[in-house]
Design a protein around this ligand. Structure first.
Ligand code: CA
Ligand code: CA
Ligand code: CA
Ligand code: CA
Ligand code: ZN
Length: 749
């Protein structure tokens, strides 16, 4: 008998109403007080500040300043400007999703539509790619726009949609648009915060301000850096490929801004940042300034992340004031920004391009390319291509990559309004220490009244006397790009200022977001041994200031570089585990009651061959018996994969195994010059999403599915599947025996 559980959500508005206030005769010195009182600042004028405050928190501000109430109730105002479920003249979340899907279906050669993540309430976060042959990677300069990070700032999504429509409707008609689509890779993320958009709130469904959640220059205004699924989706999206320019839309004031937002220090690229924003202003009339100087210092923002961690030039555009414009203004705003965006699209193709590759093998290299001046890094993509925007001038390029000799190319003349292409072969250097490749987290505790002129990019590459000052109890995470191997003795070195040594504790992980394994604590420049963390290799290193330094401009650990000893030893890692269950249901996974063969793919990430490798598989799990636990892997040269295809392990899982049971295995490896043990997990009776209608629809199938009989471990047959064309709805199914009421768009008997 099936149980029916009805889930009813009561949405109650527990918060008092939010008001938009203009405070008069107020100076910038009052900003810290206002922020502390919960005042959300939209605009900082010469002698006024405009912002939002909950009615219940208004009293301290009301008592201290002269003010005007601009909007009595911001939610009510939003409902009047964007009325009803379809948001009137604005587009609702669903309308944007539907429109983007229709546009993608109508332009298959020019458009690819990806779901890059899900919101807290399981709404889709969409990213549209527009480029000739959108399905393939053509190595073109990349630009990305995003909108509606603050859910009640709908105009950002409108500007994104307007841009998309203009580009696609003018392809093959307008020569400039056609050229731009043929030669650029254009990405648009119309809605970063779908839940906030649906609920007409600034924050997401957890009430978090997403533009404080980025892990670069984050500071305690959200539960943790990259704590929200929407922002992790954006972060993951940026890991696909480097972008030349990132434009992020907000509203509430009119401004074309550039980073940094966390500090009033200038970016190394401020000459390009200010130039691009001035060009943006030319079309829109927006005042142009650095965020931290013209507005206020805000931490954990998208533009600091995009520039500071990912190497993209960034513009943060405030589209209008107040945050929701009168509907008669929507088209005017979209048109003005379109003109600015067409120029930005042209400019991302200008400057220096090149391809970095191995001088002997021609293999592409993921390198760091530093334009000099201004000494700021960009990255080459997985095929070795890079794109560095710059204006006319003569520059040098410094190119450095793990495992290769550094190269400097001087006297590169870049003509105006075009690009030059440089071939950059690098010479392999296997003895060079590994160094930090990318900043992942930067939680820098700057002291009030000091401006910290050191930046996380200073830690990239080898020791060079350029140091990042973490501040007291600040912490950072760096990606080493290539795993550091636990060889004999010490494995890596954390390099600090030698004059004024301070303490740091060091953790390691093989995942950017942990779990973190404690590796040691030391003072000044110190060596660390991965044996202390109990791992055989690691790719990410977390460094935390110990907190006993003094406050001041260089308070906290001053991190110059992380350098890993290149151990001249073999090091085996598990790359893939294949299950052969043709004796069972032959679904490629181990299910209860099955006897399966298993093949493990090992990769030697070390520098020496691992010879005559024998693997012994063990587990203490009560439901699993290993029937053949010994396999030979033979000789495994460096950078090579080998498996036990001809000598498979044999594993039996009891029919009593609970559903989705996780089994821990240990693989002991012995060779003529090698001993190690590796751990991995297998899930027995794993429940996975299968596509019962094999029509190659991409990416993830989006179906309503309902199961009318409770059965155990049978797939597809007991399900009645209905494929919903166009847009599906992701259902929050979290357990068995759960029924969710859904409005079926067809009769059911
Ligand atoms: Ca609408
Ligand atoms: Ca070691
Ligand atoms: Ca350095
Ligand atoms: Ca199976
Ligand atoms: Zn905003």
């Amino acid at each position: 008998m099936k149980k029916f559980l009805f889930l009813i959500l009561f949405i109650s508005l527990l918060f008092s109403k939010e008001m938009l206030i203009k405070i008069n005769n107020v100076s910038k010195e009052e900003i810290p007080f206002l922020l502390k009182e919960g005042f959300y600042i939209y605009e900082v004028g010469k002698n006024y500040i405009i912002g939002a405050i909950d009615e219940g928190k208004f009293l301290p501000i009301k008592n201290k300043y002269s003010y005007e109430i601009l909007i009595e109730d911001m939610l009510d105002y939003h409902q009047r400007m964007a009325p009803g479920d379809n948001f009137g003249r604005f587009h609702s979340y669903q309308e944007i999703v539907d429109t983007f899907n229709i546009i993608a279906q109508n332009n298959p050669d020019l458009v690819r539509l990806d779901t890059i993540g899900y919101s807290v309430q399981n709404r889709l976060i969409l990213a549209m790619k527009i480029s000739q042959n959108a399905g393939s990677d053509e190595h073109r300069p990349r630009i990305v726009w995003d909108g509606t990070t603050h859910g009640n700032e709908n105009i950002g999504a409108e500007v994104c949609l307007y841009l998309v429509r203009y580009l696609l409707s003018n392809y093959g008609v307008d020569p400039l648009v056609t050229h731009l689509i043929n030669t650029r890779e254009i990405w648009v993320i119309p809605i970063v915060n779908p839940d906030g958009m649906a609920a007409r709130t600034r924050g997401n469904a957890n009430g978090v301000d997403l533009n404080r959640d980025y892990g670069f220059a984050w500071w305690q205004e959200t539960p943790a850096p990259f704590s929200q699924p929407e922002i992790r989706a954006i972060r993951n999206f940026f890991q696909r490929a480097p972008f030349v320019l990132y434009i992020t839309y907000h509203s509430g004031t009119r401004a074309a801004m550039w980073p940094w937002s966390y500090t009033s220090a200038a970016t190394y690229d401020s000459i390009f940042h200010s130039f691009l924003t001035q060009r943006y202003s030319y079309y829109t009339g927006y005042p142009a300034f650095q965020i931290a100087r013209g507005l206020y210092e805000a931490r954990g923002t998208s533009s600091d992340f995009g520039y500071g961690a990912e190497g993209a030039l960034c513009l943060a555009i405030e589209l209008c004031s107040p945050h929701v414009p009168d509907t008669t203004q929507i088209d005017t705003i979209c048109r003005a920004n379109l003109s600015a965006n067409l120029e930005m699209l042209k400019r991302v193709g200008w400057g220096i391009r090149g391809r970095v590759y191995d001088s002997l093998t021609n293999e592409p290299i993921k390198a760091i390319i530093e334009l000099q001046p201004p000494y700021s890094p960009v990255y080459s993509d997985t095929c070795g291509y890079f794109f560095r925007y710059c204006s006319e001038g003569t520059y040098s390029l410094r190119i450095f990559a793990n495992g290769y000799q550094e190269k400097i190319i001087d006297n590169i003349y870049v003509p105006p309004d075009t690009y030059i292409f440089i071939d950059i072969p690098l010479v392999r250097d296997t003895l060079q220490p590994l160094f930090a490749y990318k900043n992942i987290f930067a939680i820098i505790n700057d002291q009030p009244n000091y401006i910290n002129y050191t930046f996380p990019s200073f830690v990239l590459g080898r020791e060079n006397n350029k140091r990042l000052s973490l501040g007291v109890k600040g912490w950072v995470v760096y990606d080493m790009q290539i795993p550091i191997i636990n060889g004999p003795g010490m494995d890596f070195m954390v390099i600090e200022d030698t004059i004024d040594p301070e303490g740091c504790s060091v953790y390691v992980s093989n995942n950017w977001n942990g779990p973190w394994y404690f590796c040691g604590v030391d003072t000044g420049t110190s060596y660390f041994d991965l044996s202390n963390a109990g791992v055989s290799y690691c790719r990410y290193i977390k460094i935390i200031d110990q907190g006993y330094g003094v406050n001041g401009p260089t308070g906290g650990y001053d991190l110059d570089a992380i350098e890993a000893v290149v151990s001249n030893v073999p090091a085996l890692t598990i790359r893939q585990i294949v299950i052969y269950d043709s004796l069972g249901n032959n679904n490629g996974r181990i299910d209860p009651g099955e006897t399966c063969f298993s093949v493990i793919n090992l990769r030697n990430v070390g520098r020496q061959p691992a010879n005559n490798i024998i693997g012994i598989l063990k587990t203490n799990d009560q439901y699993v018996t290993i029937l053949d636990s010994i396999a030979s892997f033979g000789d495994i040269p460096p950078d090579s994969l080998r498996n036990n295809e001809n000598d498979r392990f044999l594993i039996y899982a009891s029919s009593q195994t609970p559903r989705s049971h996780i089994v821990n295995f240990q693989l002991y490896l012995y060779g003529s010059n090698y001993t190690d043990s590796l751990r991995f997990n297998l899930e027995i009776g794993e429940l996975t999403v299968t596509d019962p209608i094999p029509d190659n629809r991409q990416p993830e199938p989006l179906y309503y599915a309902y199961d009318d009989i409770d059965t155990f471990y049978q797939q597809c047959e007991p399900f009645e599947w209905v494929e919903i064309r166009n847009v599906g709805t992701r259902l929050p199914i979290t357990s068995d025996d759960q029924t969710i009421r859904i409005p079926l768009p067809f009769p059911i008997y």
